[in-house]
Design a protein around this ligand. Structure first.
Ligand SMILES: Cc1cc2nc3c(=O)[nH]c(=O)nc-3n(C[C@H](O)[C@H](O)[C@H](O)COP(=O)(O)OP(=O)(O)OC[C@H]3O[C@@H](n4cnc5c(N)ncnc54)[C@H](O)[C@@H]3O)c2cc1C
Length: 321
């Protein structure tokens, strides 16, 4: 029987993103008549292990000291060593920045084929096909991954979680042989967003664009976001202008988010931006230009200067509190 391997980082917990990736792996394995194994990299987390075991045929916990924090060369080597004996038909990862860094290299080391940003995974006549958006979200391409294993990193929230107790997998501990040469020496650590939740997990995002005109208005957006329990994102133009950290960038070359509410303030709605937030449940926008493309993606739109709208929003929210 063939195998599908899902690679997850246990430090993030068995969160919605992990559930989506595991769901994608479980359904692909069922379609292939294969077994699904979760390789969990990082410090062992009993809650994570038991929840993962409820959807997988086995959970392989790789919690050796060298994997306690993310280092690409070491994680890559460990994933290669842990995946290879399973001779997987497919390896599924998330679309977080770590997985995106590892997946194409893992595909090469396993001699397989790779595709990223997958929205759908299917099996047609025994072949694995993925769907992904292209041209900044204007079209969807279907790609057949011919060489085995098919290594795919998926938009985790595009996939439903697997039903818990879809399986009762065995939890095994495994370790990889890490040579000193595989290590990267960490010279310095800088944390940009310490204390903040990941944008990818935010339930509400207020994003600012170049139309804000500078860094100051981002402080107002942060205040509004804090009042609503949300987080702040940005367009690439705003990040490139140095008005906010690059880690806030949402879009084709930034983060892919899927909050319940996405409020775009002074963002025109370029296809490359839409590519990062089109999975949001409800999109609203504030833009001075009634013809701004963002309005085509909105449920609610306010055609107005943000300088009028944001203070009013702050005032109303403060009154509601
Ligand atoms: C390969 C590639 C990858 C890219 N990746 C990304 C990406 O990941 N994410 C991303 O965002 N972009 C990306 N871009 C850039 C993208 O094409 C756009 O240039 C960018 O998104 C524009 O940002 P913006 O909407 O903030 O700025 P602008 O295009 O300058 O739009 C500003 C908007 O603000 C409005 N406005 C101005 N003043 C006010 C006001 N006072 N009140 C209200 N509204 C106002 C304007 O009407 C306008 O609609 C990429 C481009 C390329 C080529």
């Amino acid at each position: 029987m063939s195998n599908v391997v899902v690679c997850l980082f246990s430090a993030s917990g068995y969160d919605r993103a992990a559930q989506g990736v595991a769901g994608a792996g479980r359904r692909l394995a069922d379609s292939l008549g294969a077994k699904m194994h979760i390789v969990a990299i990082g410090p062992s987390n009993p809650d994570f292990n038991s929840q993962a075991a409820a959807v997988a045929d086995s959970v392989i916990v790789a919690d050796q000291a060298e994997l306690s924090e993310y280092q690409p060369e070491i994680c890559l080597e460990a994933l290669k060593q842990l995946c290879r004996p399973l001779e997987p038909r497919a390896v599924i990862l998330s679309n977080d920045t770590w997985s995106q860094e590892l997946a194409p290299r893992l595909a090469h080391r396993l001699g397989g084929s790779a595709a990223g940003d997958c929205l759908d995974l299917t099996v047609v006549d025994g072949s694995i096909r993925i769907k992904r958006s292209v041209y900044g979200g204007k079209a969807v391409a279907t790609i057949e991954l011919k060489r085995s294993p098919a290594v795919a990193w998926v938009r985790s929230r595009a996939f439903d979680p697997a039903a818990l107790a879809a399986s009762t997998g065995e939890i095994k501990h495994a370790s990889a042989e890490i040579k000193p040469d595989d290590r990267t020496r960490i010279v310095e650590r800088k944390s940009e967003t310490s204390g903040e939740a990941r944008l990818e997990d935010a339930k509400l995002i207020i994003s600012g664009g170049r139309g804000l005109g500078g860094p100051e208005p981002f402080k107002d957006l942060q205040e509004v976001a804090a009042m609503l329990g949300g987080q702040v994102g940005a367009s690439r133009a705003a990040c490139d202008s140095g008005w906010c950290p690059p880690s806030w960038q949402i879009g084709q070359t930034g983060k892919k988010v899927a909050p319940g509410l996405y409020l775009a303030v002074a963002i025109q709605g370029a296809s490359q931006h839409i590519a990062g937030m089109s999975d949001s449940k409800v999109v609203a926008a504030v833009n001075i230009d009634p013809d701004a493309p963002i309005f085509k993606h909105c449920k609610f739109g306010i055609v107005e200067d943000y300088k009028k709208v944001i203070p009013l929003l702050k005032e109303k929210l403060a009154a509601m509190k």
